[in-house]
Design a protein around this ligand. Structure first.
Ligand code: G6P
Length: 618
């Protein structure tokens, strides 16, 4: 996680010209290489060999006859996808996983793995189970960052490796629940709200500090919640302005929850600064309405402590952003129960009884253990819309790795996308059924259509929910007939418990799959590279501004060509980036283009509208 040098909190000045230069973002600091501690990897597997020969119709060279098994050589036929409905039904029943208490089913019958594949994978899965056991006991499962991986303890604190951690988890949970109760009962209230209580939550965070809360809020919020929630999850100023404008006078009764594990993520810092500015302009005291959820002593934590924010809750070093779904910030007791029950089910070493292992196995089969196929996630329930986006981060940030644990370049990963059914049937399912075969599907099915007592038949014998059901089943069949494999996860209804179980199911499946392909699922070095590059751009922008400022303070003002700016910045190789910086500043009235236009970069001569003499003497 990158951090930001300098203060986390905002300046109290709001004069726009004084802010001209202060507004510039501070350079980002990359993780020091000394923090990339050497540690004992707990996953001993080497690069997985390719376990399978081509085995399905889809693997064969494309021809108009591909889907006709009659045209295939005999050995390919036996490896092809089963189409006999009676045999398929048998396979369905044989492999159906059910978690009775959770009301959750997992159907892997439409993934065509073979007995040979299972036999070959068995020892590898046993090794993965062992690695997961070690991880749960507190091994350094994230060797690059020298960290334990403890999100499983959050729902079962007695599994934490020591009593200190156990107490930390339990106390945090109690503190969150008490705080939430006090906010809802207006025991804790904003100082100057006409409503006399908090009515809105504005959640500021990005990545794992946004997707989880967004998903859960969308899935579980009642129709008329005591506090409505909205999110700032980007550094897009227009998007932030929109959220603040929508709050309008209700800003006075808004609880602002700033979530950042590292406490130094630039987008989140910027969101906070923008919100604090809005508070100042409305004459409100932000500290009376601000809550920080972050690691102890992070920049955000320190700012919140010094400014005396309403509350601070910890995020733990040993919980990654994308697996922090069960940490501070959400009403979570039932979710924790669901997750804990699912974790327990996933501890068995009998593969067919372990839903997470079954999922990992299917992913391995479907994508050849190298991500050759994408995972399309289709929840047939509006409230689970964000599950696919949530899984996109969980899976892609965890599995998308350049190197394996032995340092071999493997470029691993599985691409995840999807929105919801049946909506997506009117968008891209056409390609899934008939176009390029580069995916497998996961259907998420919810059996309960509506709360009891609200159903009605909109035509004889058929409800609205029956249509949704029909669309799911129809799509599953239509895809399968065309050799498109799928998994179906079924839950009884969308409740905190089932949502917790779904999250836990996928967290563990990712962990097991990572063991199978021998990668570290718990770091994100590629993200750091992007952040560092962003820091370099902003540092260059400061140099450009300084050069332009110097030329703009001359009498007469000296407009500069891009070549001249690049030369004075001692960065001739950065001329394209300098062009982009000037074009962006010009579009935002922070630089003037004297000659030429952005369509003909060589013609541009630029200067600043205002020169800052002070800066020349800094
Ligand atoms: O919670 P934060 O420290 O602000 O991090 C927010 C996000 O930053 C990066 O993008 C990481 O790759 C994510 O895993 C993380 O969730």
């Amino acid at each position: 996680m990158a951090s930001i040098s300098g203060v986390y909190s905002s300046s109290s000045s709001s004069s726009s010209s004084a802010l001209r230069h202060r507004r510039l973002l501070l350079p980002l600091k990359p993780i020091p290489s000394s923090r990339r501690a050497a540690a004992i990897p707990i996953f001993p597997l080497g690069r997985p060999p390719h376990l399978r020969p081509p085995r399905s119709i889809a693997d064969l060279p494309r021809s108009p006859l591909t889907s006709s098994s009659a045209s295939l050589p005999p050995e390919k036929k036996t490896l092809g996808i089963e189409k006999d409905p009676i045999k398929l039904w048998r396979r369905y029943v044989d492999w159906l996983y059910q978690h009775k208490e959770l009301g959750l089913f997992l159907d892997v019958s439409r993934i065509a793995f073979t007995d040979e594949f299972l036999t070959e994978m068995e020892p590898r899965l046993q090794t993965a189970f062992h690695a997961m056991q070690e991880l749960e006991k507190g091994a350094i499962a994230n060797p690059d960052e020298g960290r334990m991986v403890g999100h499983y303890w959050l729902r079962d604190p007695k599994r934490a490796p020591n009593s200190f951690l156990r107490l930390q988890i339990e106390n945090t949970l109690d503190a969150i629940c008490n705080f939430a109760d006090d906010v809802i009962s207006a025991k804790i209230k904003p100082p100057s709200s006409p409503a006399g209580r908090f009515t809105q939550i504005l959640s500021v965070g990005i990545g794992g500090s946004a997707l989880g809360p967004q998903f859960v809020a969308e899935a579980l919020a009642p129709d008329n919640p005591p506090l409505k929630i909205r999110f700032i999850d980007n550094t897009d100023p227009a998007g932030i302005d929109h959220q603040i404008a929508q709050l309008g006078p209700e800003l006075a009764s808004t609880l602002v929850i700033v979530i950042s594990k590292s406490g130094g993520t630039p987008e989140t810092r910027n969101g906070l600064l923008e919100v604090q500015k809005a508070f100042r302009e409305a004459g409100l005291d932000f500290s009376k309405q601000g809550v920080a959820i972050t690691q102890q002593n992070s920049l955000l934590d320190n700012a919140a402590r010094i400014e005396g924010w309403l509350a601070r809750f910890p995020m733990f070093d040993w919980v990654g952003g994308r697996t922090s779904e069960m940490s501070a910030g959400i009403n979570i007791k039932e979710m924790l129960v669901g997750a804990s029950l699912m974790d327990e089910a996933n501890r068995t070493t009998v593969v067919r009884n372990n839903p997470a292992a079954l999922l990992a196995l299917c992913w391995y089969w479907a994508s050849d253990g190298v991500g050759s196929k994408d995972m399309v996630v289709l929840p047939y329930k509006d409230s689970l819309l964000l599950f696919s986006r949530y899984l996109q981060q969980l899976v892609m940030e965890s599995l998308g790795k350049e190197f394996d644990l032995d340092g071999n370049r493997v470029n691993q990963g599985i691409t995840v996308y999807g929105n919801k059914g049946s909506t997506d049937q009117h968008a891209y399912i056409q390609q899934l059924r008939e176009g390029v075969h580069n995916f497998f599907v996961t259907f998420i099915e919810v059996l309960r259509d509506r709360p009891p007592g609200h159903d009605w038949e909109l035509e004889p014998g058929v409800t609205c929910g029956d249509y949704l059901f029909g669309m799911l089943q129809g799509t599953r069949s239509a895809l399968y007939v065309n050799d498109r494999e799928s998994i179906t996860v079924t839950v009884q209804e969308v409740t905190p418990r089932s949502v917790g179980a779904l999250v836990a199911l996928y967290e563990r499946a990712v962990g097991i799959y990572a063991c199978l392909i021998n990668i570290n699922a718990y770091h994100q070095p590629g993200v750091e590279a992007g952040k560092k590059a962003a820091g370099d751009v902003l540092a260059l922008q400061k140099r450009v501004l300084s050069i332009l400022n110097e030329a703009s303070c001359k009498e007469p003002v000296e407009p500069l060509t891009l070549d001249e700016i690049a030369e004075r910045c001692h960065a001739p190789e950065q001329i394209e980036m300098i062009y982009k910086i000037i074009a962006h500043m010009a579009a935002n009235d922070r630089a003037l283009i004297a000659e030429g236009n952005c369509g003909s970069p060589r013609s541009i001569k630029a200067f600043l509208g205002e020169c800052n003499v002070d800066e020349l003497y800094d």
